[in-house]
Design a protein around this ligand. Sequence first.
Ligand code: GP9
Ligand code: MN
Length: 655
Amino acid sequence: MILNGFRRWGWDFFFYGAFLIAVFLKLYLFAAFSDTVFASQGLVFYVKEALHKLFFKGTITGFFAGLTLISLGALFIASCWTLLLKQRKRWISLLILNAVLTFLIVGDLIYYRYFNDLLSMTVLSQMNQVGAISGSILDLFEMKDFLFIADLVVLIPLVVIVVKRGSGKLIARPVTRVVLGLGALLIGYLFVMSPINDYVKKYGSALFASNWYNMSLYSQTGLIGFHGYDVYRFVNETVFQQKKITAKESKEIEEWFEKHQREMKKETPLYGMANGKNVIMVQLEAFNNFVINQKINGNEITPNINKLLDESMYFPNFYKQTGQGRTSDAEFLANASLHPLYSGSVYVRYPSNTYDSLPGILKQNGYETAAFHAYEKSFWNRYVMYDNYGFDHFYGEGDFKNGEIAGWTLGDKPFMQQSVDQLLKLEKPFYGFLVALTSHHPYNIQSKYRSLDVAEYEGTIFGDYLHSVHYVDEAVGMMVERLKKENLWDETVFLLYGDHDYGVDNNEAMLKIAGEEFTPYNIEEIYQEVPLVMHLPNDMGKGVYERTGGQIDLSPTILHALGIPFDSRFMMGNNLFEEKNQLVVQRNLSWTNGEYTYKSSPEGFFEKGTCFDGSTGNITDINLCKPSWDQAKKELSISDKVIFSDVLEKLIIKQ
Ligand code: GP9
Ligand code: MN
């Protein structure tokens, strides 16, 4: 009976099993060749854990970690439909499926070797990214990659022979096939969902809701799971959620920009004063304003930046406006002058839209443009977005020479120095955008770079933060010195700002350093404030500017200094040279306008928020906050519509 069954089903078992094992091994090989984690434990461990669960019903640890279970599950799901087919068709289908998945895996591997990223739908829809490596595909292919087709060399002739010979005439009844197909689907579902549920239980669903890096998604879902999710995400965003705006909305947006362009016409004494000069914009990681001009145990935390303030324009009431996209949101605010999204990062979700970006505009005005960040180019999908913005060059990990490691990667000191080396090679005028990284959470900078006496904070994350910031300050000091030495200092508009808050829940320490009273208003303000230091050629306009402003205002302000007209610009920010407080809108609908500060409630209802009087810091009548709240809401809604429906594509062409 069993023998008979095997005779009937033998080739089926063989081909299905061969498919599972072969592709599973290829997924493993992908991880091995790309040096990423596949299984945190060996096979014996999994067997032991499974038996333990089966017989002792005890809790199991680590069973779901790694990609073993989820990869197998994904293979069951990907192949369950073949079980519904008649035998010959099934074998042929399994072969084709194997070949398709092999193609995908090898494609990913080759792409990964170049970009440290996987082939996602957004990347494929922007073929120029893939095109960038088309010339070097052969170089990226390695001899060992032939292993990926080793099984096919055997399986293809075997299937041909078996099919020709006429074996496998026995065809399982439809009901058996359906049962098998559903069985495989169920197993697949369980194998895929258990590790995912386990992950979500432990860490929440942020990874899926606001994916920041394809490789981190991959490290939870495996390769097939990643592609499945990626296709779902892409189709969902481009087909189902693609919001078509109505004619009325479109008119409203156009009118908003027309009005804004009119208002921005106003000239200031600094208009065009830096005409034709270079621009260097440095975004510092997690850099709050409360460390500026402050001392700990008698020593300045940021002595170099403090010194720089004497010759620069300093905006102490400047705010971050980022959302879940953190660093990438700050970059977007600064370069595209639109608001970030409510969930996820624009860099990842809408990297193919048209944006009226600073690098793009400067390029049109004869600038050579370059972005610098000493980390993986695919992080935050930067390499896709920078290309879209119009940066001529992107120097990322791999383009920098080895140097001291501080924090995550190459320290900001060598990072900034090497960036200047590259800037010097550019055609003038140039625009250099630097994204620093050393002061990144959790701030455990290497002990040899801890030179500040942080007193009672030594050994705490707050103390670590101060150490990191102190190192970054030194890097800035060295960079400024270098620019002066290279005679670039007065040929350049130089900007320095923080990307977002430092994210540590120690308000007491923060306020103590800032020398401010412990009040709800101060906590809110100081936590959101990042420094903005702007140096114009020949110290023009130097001084302290108390007016409020935010990251979204950077590009319009720079254009103003360069004297590039704002007439047909689609940027939402304001001009910080204007002598007035600007309304600074946060993504969560909190805002400040200098006069009042509104802190939104998690539910988002206006009445549930808190309205502070800016001059006293006291809570005041909520209705006083209504007009600016309406304005803030409108701004966010315009920005969202612009991004969701790629409105600038039409508007920029139209003009
Ligand atoms: C990595 C860096 C980190 O490239 O930009 O970003 P963050 O975690 O701050 O968003
Ligand atoms: Mn950051």
